[in-house]
Design a protein around this ligand. Sequence first.
Ligand code: ATP
Ligand code: MG
Length: 274
Amino acid sequence: MLAIRNLSIAFPGPAGPARVVDDVSVAVGRGESLGIVGESGSGKSMLSLATIGLLPGSARTSGEILLDGKDILRLRERELCSLRGRRIGMIFQEPMTALNPAMTAGQQIAEGIRLHRTVGRSEARAEALRLLDRVRIPDPARRIDSYPHEMSGGQRQRVGIAIALALKPDLLIADEPTTALDVTVQKEILDILDELVADLGLSLILISHDLGVIARSTDRTLVMCRGRAVEEGPTETVLRHPSAQYTRDLIAALPRRARAGLGDEARHAAGGAR
Ligand SMILES: Nc1ncnc2c1ncn2[C@@H]1O[C@H](COP(=O)(O)OP(=O)(O)OP(=O)(O)O)[C@@H](O)[C@H]1O
Ligand SMILES: [Mg+2]
């Protein structure tokens, strides 16, 4: 469904253009989940922003990002607008920044529904309620009229997912969706994402610096280091039998208990690091 081919992204700098994504190729099939992992600054967010056509204006790109054969890098703003949301939904790390503080959860979800489909106000509200139920917000009938500041971080992230789902996208991109949340809520949010992939057949790109998150929720994994793809393959293979030294180092950097969760092979691959 999505094929990124030889993607490079560069920003002009004093010493010439600085490449922040360097010749990356990766594909995501329908109903498939791709994890992207790598240290801070490795280009994960730039890759995902390019995929929804939201790179900063100064960014220069080469290569292709094909969504059903159409190159996103060559679309006009109008075409991009209809693609964002309707085909690709985005979930952000800190839901508060993505939500409008002056609108209730229901209004924000309904706004998305009505932007792309001709449905009446009450129908959009009924759909918003269904979506809030889908992301398992406690007491959705009450929460639909809550403002973001009246909700917990986990509830806000659920609203963020409901907004992304409102437009019925085929691909969800979640950039560190659980980093700001405690582990219990993190698990609940990942459960919801897993369900969406399994039940609705959505494709998912899940960006995380947490290998545990990648291990539990993705089919394939792309490991990035300084803009380059150092390794890509089935998640189990990448985590259990990493071929790149960089991946072994990432695994070795995990606390021992987390490493144990990835399996014996990961521990061996980490070279017996403690
Ligand atoms: N507007 C910009 N102009 C120039 N360079 C930028 C710009 N935005 C980001 N960069 C650089 O691009 C590189 C990749 O950034 P990116 O945000 O993709 O990293 P990341 O892998 O998502 O990191 P993190 O895990 O911290 O979110 C970084 O070195 C960053 O400094
Ligand atoms: Mg990032």
